[in-house]
Structure formats: structure tokens, C-alpha cells
Design a protein around this ligand. Structure first.
Ligand code: MIC
Ligand code: SF4
Length: 748
């Protein structure tokens, strides 16, 4: 599998890297080596960081079930016989966590039957590997099976960068991008700038790889990585396990980074070897020079990276981030005081470990070590304690090595190998809407409402070992490093710092593999979509642009503050409609704060004055009248996930342009792909000028050109009109998508 891909890639890398050194007149960083060797055409490609669009040829595509549905529906519109690059589908997001692994899985198979059948039949027909529900979470399964040093993979999920733990560029994209690459087209992305993170020292005590990324989230913020690749290096990098590196790269998504990557080292060799890929490990070993930056880069990094960050691992304290955003970070030792000052409820209502981010053997064994100390002192978890294993391999190894038993003795529940509570697929028994309380997890995202559907819940993130310590104390103010716990006998004791193994000494235990290979020749096969399905709907092409300016369109919503894709297209109960555009569009903006309404997700039909309506209701009314609308957003609009529903629903309900202070990368591309004009205020202060009753025109559209701003006219109710400028970042090709109505229309 990956060995074949690596053979081809490493054979051509030396030449293209040599060409690049000559062209750039300098040595190359690792990210650059991977980018240049995946260029669609190195010679014609413009290499200008932060400016040029790169056309790349990824080695693989990975899709998870919640996004694969749209990706496959779009791919099918391209009319190809087979996926042009090796691709896989992973069933992980649709399993609801409630009763524990076995029962949850059985129920999921039943309630998602239509979707699984659709995905399985499409995979079989089009030459795509299919990982059944229960096999594991996409990023863990990719790390165990498909990731390889030097490779380039795109995945329809924002945490795809997890693969950077094995030295590859693994990048999250929308389904349309995946569909196009499977249809044989190159993949386009803005040439990222490079952040170099130099790691020195060594983690010790309670500090773990998770703390590296939690610390960086605080330092760089959720926007700090936008259109940048984070490349780690330095002596400290070699001290971190491959799975620990995976955690760091995974959560680089929370910086908005295009991706993150570590240089090849012996930790990667060890991980590939124990996951049955010794041949690949040896092969990479013998091409080591291709899989790290050139020596001069490490000697004077400031000359090669656009920005440098230094982290001394020896000094890193365990961190906790949250609530509501992953960049609100602090060392755990200061949280108690902050909680008091800010009035965070300190009684913890749940502690959750695992997920695609943090369920490695190392994570689980260190957490189990903390749990055992609690048990020895006669303690049980003081909160519900839920464990989400990342894959069958992890689950069976945890079971064999007694970790499951430990967690269960503590009162924990082991869930199926799936996303579960991380994506709102969680029936939180004690959750009350409208009531703020605190939960803590080792996941990667903590936007409002994400885990339990309750916007008020304060969700904090920390390493799994720290979360386990929190489960023992039940108290957000507890600092396991400096404070004592009380045992069942009333005696105080200090938890020893977590200790665990990076990799299982007995190797990984195997469970059911869960992989279904595609048909040799799928031409005669059909794809299963029941015509009356409530879950799946074939896509109709969006209408082409009519060649006219947008004239006096009503404002649908002006979002205030953070507007993540969880705000625009919430997950949880809505995940079941991810294959049905019409139905899922009813969730549009349900989580968003409307600048003109105190109730999130609600607004006013400005044509009739009726208020308290959902955005979907309003947009459907306008659409029925043949009227388009405009959305205005704040900073980093569309941050978070890759779900293109956040662009498709507005498009489906006739939103013509989204004007913001700034966009997150994947969402901006998703909007362009679906034919919505993605504009940014030339002067961010103009955001303030938009009022609820304004009618908005976007003019000069026939002369749209790359780099040329457009005029936006804000018509006020008193008859005055203000003209402001807005920028777009469309290339000539992307302009063609807009004109055709979508990227997919432009293909046909
Ligand atoms: C997430 O973590 O938000 C998700 C759910 O995995 C998403 C994808 C989706 O919305 O289906 C992501 O990260 O891209
Ligand atoms: Fe699944 Fe959560 Fe990972 Fe997204 S972040 S892939 S929802 S476990």
C-alpha cells in the first residue's frame, strides 16, 4: 500500500528537490521538499509563499462518513469510473455514544443503515477502501495504516494533519476538493507560509505532547496558523513519540494552520514497525535525507521560516484551555484562581478521554497509571468518566493490557471506537439547557454546544492524564502537580506524575479489522440511494451566475464574534442529515450569534418584519420569492471544521455573498467552491456600518478579476447609500467557479 506510494515518491524526490534548490538558491525545509515533490508541474508553478496558488498531486484521499456523503455525491457528478488516487472512507462520526461500545455500535448500524449502505456501495464501485463503523476514527486509522513520511494526503476533516506525526503533509479539505482529486484533477491551495517551531529539552512529570499544542494555541491563537504550515524541528522533536507528534499536529488545526509536520526520526521507525510496516520504516530510513529539512535550515532556521517559535519542553507545564475556545490557555497551576475570578463552576460534570487526538497507547497507559493510583487510595471517579478509543487496535490492546478494567473499576464507561461526545454524539444524562456547568476532555475542540448540544456548557481541554486526575477530584480547581487528593480513608496523598509506555511491549493486539476492499471492476455495480430516503438526496447543480450585479439584497444575518462551522452548521443531532442538503439546511446558523437578536440562530424577516424566525425559515421565504441574501461575519469566520455544509446550505438557500473581517482557510475555499462570493471588508471597521434593515448591493461583478476589489453599496432605510470596498482572493480559475455557479459546474 504505502510502500508502493513511497517507492514512487522517493524515486522522484531527489531530482525535484535539486531543481528547487537551484531555483530558490538555497536549501529546503521539510515542508518545501514535500510540496515541490507533489507539484502538478514544478516548472510552471509559481513558488511564492502567501501569494501563489499551488497545484498539487496528493498521494491519497481519506474521508469520514459525515463529510464523505457530500464528497461522494459530488464525485459521482463528475461521471468517472474510478477514483484516480487511492482513497478510503471511514465510518466514525455517526455513532451515538450512550450505552457503551457494543450497544451503541449495533444501534448505529441500524439507524445509519442507509448511509452506510450508500457509502459502502459507492466505495465498492469506485475503487475506494471502506472502513466499517467501529473500525476506528479516521485519523487514528490513517496513522496506523496509510500515513508515510514525505507523503501528501488530503482528508475531508480538519484534523487530517494528525498524519504529520509520521512526517507527512496531511491536510484537511472540503468534500468538493476531495471529489475533484478523486476525479483526477490537481488540488489547489494557497502556498502556505512557514512557521518553524524549535523544540529543545524533554517533557517530564505531568507535561505531555498535548501541552505543547495547548501552549502554542495560547501563544499563536486560533488565527495564528492561517495559511501557514507549522514545521517542528530541534533536539526536542526526537524525544516525542510518533503518536505524541500526531497529537500536536492534529490540534494544529486549532491554530487554523494548513497543516503541521515533524521531521522523520527513530520514533517514527518504531511506530511504523510495531504497526506492521517494518518494510516501509526501513525504506524511509534509507531515504532519510529526503524526509528532513536540509542541514543549513536547521543551522539558521530564521533564514528559512517566516516565523520562529522556541519551546523548551523541559520547562513546559501541563496546560488547560477553554472554555469555548482552544486558545484560552493557561498552566494548570493558575486555573483555580482564574476560575474563581471569572466565576467558572468548578464542580466537574464529566471527564472524557480518548478521541482522534489522544487515544494512543502512551496516552491510555499514562492515564491508567493515574487511575490505578486513585483506585489504590480507594477512590472512584467523581464524575462520569468516558473513554473513546481511536481504533480497534487501540481498544483490543487496552483490553489485553488491563487498562479497560482499570477504567471500569474507576467507574468509567468505554465507548465505541468513534467520535462520540467529541462531535455532540453524546446523550449527556444530566445536561440542562440554559445552565452553565463545566466538563473537561482530552479532545481538540471546545466551541459552545459542541459536546452536549448545550451552548452554556464550559468545556475545557487538557491531556488525558490530567483529565483522569480531574475525574478523581471532580474539581476544576484541582492542580494534580501541586495539590493533594484525599483517599477513601481520609488521608491525603499526592499523585505520582503519570508513567506509561510509548508503545506496547507485547505489540498491538488485533481486533476485527473492519476493512472492506473495493471491487476489482466496479463498472456494473450500482450505488445504493433509496429514492424516498430521508438521509440522502442526490445533488442538483446550483444555478449558474446570471451575469448581473447583486442589487439591494437583504441582510440575512450579521454574525457577532466567533462564528465557527459549529455555529453555522451544527453537528450532533444534525449529523444524520449530512447526505441530504435540503433537510440539513434547516440547521443553518442555529448556533450563530446574530448582531440583531438576543437569541442565537434567530432573526427577522426584514421583508415582513416577522421576528423570532430561524435563519433557514427566513432564507427559505426569500428564496421562494426569488430573492438572494447577504451574510456578514466577524473575524476568522468559518473557523473549525471542514464541513462544506456550512457553505452548501447558505448556497442552497440563496445566500449570494458572505462579507467578513476575515475567513478561516478551509471554509473560504468551501464557499468559493459552492459559488458564493467570499469577500472581506477592505476596512474591517466597515463591519460596524451594517445594520439590520440595510439592503446591500455588490457591483462591478462583470469585471471581477484576481486581486481587484469589488464595490459594496450599503443602502440605508433613510435613502442614503454608503459605498465601501471589499476584497476577494479568487484566482482566475476560482472566478470561473463563481460564474459557473460552483466548481463542480465548472468541471462539466
Ligand atoms: C470536527 O471535529 O469538527 C469534525 C466533525 O470532525 C469536522 C468534520 C465534520 O464536520 O464532519 C472537521 O473537523 O472537519
Ligand atoms: Fe472525530 Fe472529534 Fe476527531 Fe473530529 S476531532 S475526527 S469529531 S474525534
Amino acid at each position: 500500500m504505502s510502500l508502493e506510494l513511497a517507492r514512487k515518491l522517493y524515486a522522484k524526490m531527489p531530482d525535484v528537490c535539486a531543481k528547487a534548490r537551484t531555483k530558490f538558491g538555497r536549501g529546503l525545509t521539510l515542508a518545501e521538499k514535500i510540496l515541490v515533490s507533489h507539484a502538478d508541474n514544478f516548472d510552471t508553478q509559481v513558488w511564492d509563499r502567501g501569494k501563489a496558488m499551488l497545484a498539487l498531486r496528493p498521494d491519497r484521499v481519506a474521508m469520514q462518513d459525515a463529510t464523505a456523503q457530500m464528497a461522494m455525491l459530488q464525485f459521482m457528478q463528475a461521471g468517472k469510473k474510478q477514483a484516480a488516487v487511492p482513497s478510503t472512507i471511514h465510518c466514525d462520526h455517526l455513532i451515538r455514544a450512550e450505552m457503551g461500545s457494543q450497544k451503541d455500535l449495533l444501534r448505529a448500524m441500524d439507524e445509519n443503515k442507509e448511509v452506510y449502505n450508500f457509502l459502502a456501495s459507492a466505495a465498492k464501485k469506485y475503487g475506494i477502501g471502506f472502513w466499517k463503523p467501529g473500525a476506528g476514527i479516521i485519523h487514528q486509522v490513517v496513522l496506523e495504516n496509510y500515513a508515510f513520511p514525505g507523503g501528501l494526503i488530503i482528508g475531508t476533516d480538519s484534523h487530517t494533519p494528525n498524519g504529520g506525526g509520521l512526517g507527512m503533509l496531511a491536510i484537511g479539505v472540503g468534500g468538493a476538493d476531495a471529489g475533484e482529486v478523486m476525479a483526477g484533477l490537481p488540488w489547489e491551495v494557497l502556498h502556505p507560509k512557514l512557521i518553524g517551531v524549535r523544540l529543545t529539552g524533554r517533557l517530564s512529570g505531568w507535561a505531555s505532547p498535548k501541552d505543547v499544542i495547548l501552549y502554542l494555541c495560547g501563544l499563536l491563537t486560533v488565527k495564528g496558523g492561517t495559511n501557514k504550515i507549522v514545521e517542528y524541528f530541534g533536539p526536542g522533536a526526537e524525544t516525542i513519540s510518533a503518536t505524541g507528534k500526531g497529537t500536536i499536529c492534529n490540534m494544529g488545526a486549532e491554530l487554523g494552520a494548513t497543516t503541521s509536520v515533524f521531521p522523520f526520526d527513530q520514533k517514527m521507525v518504531a511506530y511504523m514497525t510495531i504497526t506492521d510496516r517494518a518494510d516501509l520504516a526501513n525504506f524511509a530510513q534509507s531515504h532519510k535525507d529526503l524526509l528532513v529539512a536540509d542541514p543549513e535550515v536547521y543551522q539558521s532556521p530564521e533564514k528559512y521560516y517566516d516565523q520562529i517559535v522556541e519551546v523548551d519542553l523541559s520547562k513546559l507545564e501541563p496546560h488547560v484551555v477553554g472554555p469555548h475556545t482552544p486558545d484560552l490557555a493557561r498552566p494548570i497551576s493558575t486555573l483555580a484562581a482564574e476560575a474563581k475570578e471569572k466565576g467558572y463552576p468548578v464542580e466537574l460534570k464529566a471527564a472524557l478521554i480518548g478521541s482522534c487526538t489522544n487515544s494512543s497507547y502512551e496516552d491510555i497507559s499514562r492515564s491508567a497509571h493515574i487511575a490505578r493510583q486513585g483506585l489504590k487510595a480507594g477512590l472512584k471517579a467523581k464524575t462520569p468518566f468516558l473513554v473513546s478509543p481511536g481504533s480497534e487496535r487501540i481498544y483490543h490492546t487496552m483490553k489485553r493490557d488491563g487498562f479497560l478494567e482499570t477504567f471500569e473499576q474507576l467507574g468509567g464507561t468505554v465507548l465505541s471506537n468513534s467520535c462520540g461526545p467529541c462531535i455532540g454524539q453524546w446523550k449527556r444524562a444530566d445536561g440542562v439547557k440554559g445552565k452553565a456547568d463545566s466538563i473537561v476532555s482530552s479532545f481538540n475542540r471546545n466551541f459552545p454546544g459542541r459536546n452536549d448540544g448545550i451552548n452554556e456548557t464550559l468545556s475545557f481541554l487538557a491531556s488525558p492524564e490530567v483529565v483522569t486526575a480531574y475525574a478523581l477530584s471532580g474539581d476544576l480547581g484541582f492542580d494534580p502537580v501541586n495539590q493533594k487528593l484525599k483517599g477513601a480513608d481520609g488521608k491525603e496523598f499526592t499523585l505520582e506524575p503519570p508513567h506509561g509506555e510509548e508503545l506496547p511491549t507485547k505489540g498491538f493486539a488485533k481486533g476485527e479489522e473492519g476493512f472492506v476492499a473495493p471491487a476489482e471492476n466496479g463498472e456494473g455495480l450500482t450505488v445504493d440511494i433509496p429514492p424516498t430516503s430521508e438521509r440522502l438526496q442526490l445533488l442538483q447543480p446550483f444555478p449558474r451566475w446570471d451575469g448581473k450585479d447583486f442589487e439591494k439584497l437583504p441582510l440575512l444575518i450579521k454574525t457577532k464574534g466567533k462564528t465557527t462551522t459549529d455555529h453555522i452548521s451544527p453537528a450532533g443531532p444534525w449529523l444524520k442529515f449530512r447526505g441530504h442538503l435540503d433537510k440539513i439546511s434547516d440547521n443553518m446558523f442555529l448556533g450563530a450569534n446574530n448582531a440583531f437578536s438576543s437569541e442565537p440562530g434567530k432573526g427577522t424577516d426584514v421583508l415582513t418584519g416577522e421576528t423570532g424566525l430561524t435563519m433557514a425559515q427566513i432564507a427559505r421565504r426569500y428564496k421562494a420569492k426569488g430573492i438572494g441574501s447577504i451574510v456578514v461575519g466577524d473575524e476568522n469566520y468559518g473557523e473549525g471544521s471542514s464541513r462544506e455544509h456550512a457553505a452548501m446550505s447558505p448556497r442552497f438557500l440563496n445566500v449570494r455573498a458572505v462579507i467578513t473581517k476575515s475567513f478561516a482557510r478551509i471554509h473560504e475555499t468551501n464557499l468559493k467552491k459552492q459559488g458564493i462570493l467570499a469577500l472581506t471588508f477592505a476596512d474591517p471597521k466597515d463591519y460596524e456600518k451594517i445594520e439590520q434593515q440595510d439592503r446591500i448591493s455588490v457591483t462591478g461583478l462583470t469585471n471581477l478579476a484576481p486581486g481587484k476589489p469589488v464595490q459594496v453599496i450599503i443602502h440605508k432605510t433613510d435613502g442614503n447609500a454608503l459605498t465601501i470596498q471589499a476584497n476577494h482572493s479568487m484566482t482566475a480559475q476560482q472566478l470561473a467557479w463563481f460564474k459557473a455557479g460552483s466548481a463542480l459546474n465548472a468541471l462539466n
